[in-house]
Ligand binder design. Structure first.
Ligand code: GDP
Length: 138
């Protein structure tokens, strides 16, 4: 059954000019881009988005990185979208990411790792609602 997930092309990938290549990987893997928008987010917005990580030692660095430049916010759809996007992304640390994954190809470090993807149904619902209004999902 078609499922929606939320994704971000992170500031490092946008800065390096990898947006088009990452979108091509996503479409080639069978995802429909339901909505996409470019944004420059504030540290406060990043903190709200990543609140589940607020106790982790890298939280402040992560939020500063996510607000360091423009990024692309996306809602993607396909059967099994949440798990399939996680597979396509690869491991958080690109050093551990499988060959052929987006992070293996485009990520520079465990923090600056090119792409975000929701890790479960509840997370996807929260994350889509955090960045998109219902009328933008077409
Ligand atoms: P993801 O689901 O693979 O994105 O990984 P997590 O949910 O565990 O972490 C969220 C994001 O925080 C990651 O994508 C990285 O950008 C960053 N991050 C995770 N672990 C570390 C770490 O050990 N150090 C730093 N600096 N950033 C990290």
């Amino acid at each position: 059954m078609a499922q929606r997930t939320f994704s971000i092309i992170k500031p490092d990938a946008v800065r390096k000019g990898h947006t088009g290549a990452i979108l091509a990987e996503i479409e080639k893997a069978g995802f429909k881009i339901v909505s996409i928008k470019k944004a420059a987010i504030s540290v406060e917005q990043a903190k709200g988005f990543y609140y589940v990580h607020k106790e982790r030692p890298f939280f402040n660095d992560l939020c500063a990185f996510m607000s360091s430049g423009p990024l692309f916010l996306m809602v993607l759809e396909k059967d099994n979208a949440i798990a399939d996007l996680r597979k396509l992304m690869g491991a958080t640390n690109p050093a551990n990411a499988e060959e052929g994954t987006i992070r293996k190809k485009f990520a520079g470090s465990i923090q600056e790792n090119a792409i975000h993807g929701s890790d479960g149904e509840d997370t996807a619902a929260f994350e889509i609602g955090y960045w998109f209004a219902g009328c933008e999902l077409i």
